[in-house]
Write a new protein. Structure first.
Length: 76
């Protein structure tokens, strides 16, 4: 969730979360085991949690991911 909120790459994960490779591996295990799907399904079933959602529209892409130019270049 931290990486999605900040838009930072995996390798910049704060040390308090543990090694970035271990966090990434655990995320993949959960995805392959269907744990994320189970969490989303559980939240969707309970009518009292209709106001809960995860919105990915706030995730920012790095400037190089958008095909931005490298800056203004003056022609001689």
């Amino acid at each position: 969730m931290w990486m999605g909120r900040t838009g930072a790459p995996c390798r910049l994960l704060p040390r308090m979360y543990g090694p970035w490779s271990g966090v990434h591996q655990r995320f993949r295990w959960w995805a392959n085991a269907g744990i994320w799907q189970m969490i989303f399904n559980t939240l969707a079933v309970d009518a009292d949690t209709e106001w809960l959602m995860i919105d990915a529209t706030i995730i920012r892409a790095h400037q190089h991911a958008a095909g931005a130019k490298e800056g203004s270049r003056l022609r001689p």
